[in-house]
Design a protein around this ligand. Structure first.
Ligand code: CU
Length: 261
């Protein structure tokens, strides 16, 4: 094989590709999956890894091989060989990447359309981002607010995301879903949670000095418990509204607006 340096280069490249690709596929890059979109997105990542690592390794092998093999020897002052390109080779290295990238883009679009498909019984939730907290309003609980995002298992939640100040980004890694909150816009995200439990919700857009503290919990519960939670939220909201009206009638400040209360 020493006599055939190009063959040697391809063998090294092929072995390196197989080892690095296998390693990349074996490593668990993401937290345990908690939404219907997670499996599709994880498979998409695996396909991208399978396509990109062998190409990266091939390009690097040829580049390193060329640097070592064709470097100027000490004392060599002459010009290189008078090459004017190779049309067949150029057509090939433009068209193959084009086909690969176009196929990956089409695959990505199919997955995106699939995970963003709207379900008729989706639960609407209004998400508001502000420096440095998230609040959630549930129209189905009479517009009551919550600082915790509670989702029913197995039913789509339709999140309408807005911001009061700068750009934030709503991200639940376990659900693989991320969407920016942009001033002046309402963005949307549809999530169907699959596993009861508590998951981290983080802001994924540097939004100021408190950015790293902009973390809350998403709690996924069974549908019956979700309905019960909505009723409790609605009752609390009604009581708070009544208290505020009563105190206004009595000429008091609403409790929530008191300086230390
Ligand atoms: Cu933020």
């Amino acid at each position: 094989m020493r006599r055939h340096p190009v063959l040697q280069m391809f063998v090294i490249g092929a072995v390196a590709s197989v080892v690095i690709t296998a390693l990349a596929l074996v490593i668990d890059w993401f937290p345990p999956a908690a939404s219907t979109a997670a499996d599709d997105i994880d498979t998409l990542y695996d396909v991208v890894i399978l396509c990109s690592i062998p190409i990266f390794v091939l390009v690097m092998t040829i580049a390193i091989y060329s640097v070592v093999k064709f470097r100027a020897r000490p004392g060599h002052e002459g010009d290189g060989a008078p090459l004017h390109g190779n049309t067949a080779l150029e057509v090939l290295w433009v068209s193959i990447p084009f086909v690969i990238v176009a196929a990956l883009a089409a695959y990505g679009l199919v997955v995106l359309a699939d995970i963003e498909a709207k379900k008729p019984d989706a639960v609407p939730i209004e998400v508001t981002a502000q420096q440095f907290t998230w609040t959630f309003r549930y129209p189905q609980a009479g517009g009551a607010m919550s600082t915790e995002l509670v989702l029913p298992r197995g039913r789509q939640a339709e999140l309408r995301i807005r911001t009061r100040d700068v750009i934030h980004s709503f991200w639940v890694p376990a659900m693989r879903m991320k969407q920016d909150a942009v001033p002046g816009l309402t963005t949307h995200l549809r999530i169907t949670a699959t596993r009861p439990g508590s998951y981290a919700l983080v802001c994924a857009e540097l939004c100021g000095v408190g950015h790293t503290t902009m973390r809350q919990q998403v709690r996924v519960v069974e549908p019956e418990r979700f309905q019960a939670w909505l009723r409790t939220l609605r009752r609390g909201h009604a009581v708070a509204a009544r208290n505020s009206v009563t105190s206004q009638l009595l000429g008091e400040k609403p409790r929530s607006a008191a300086p230390n209360g």
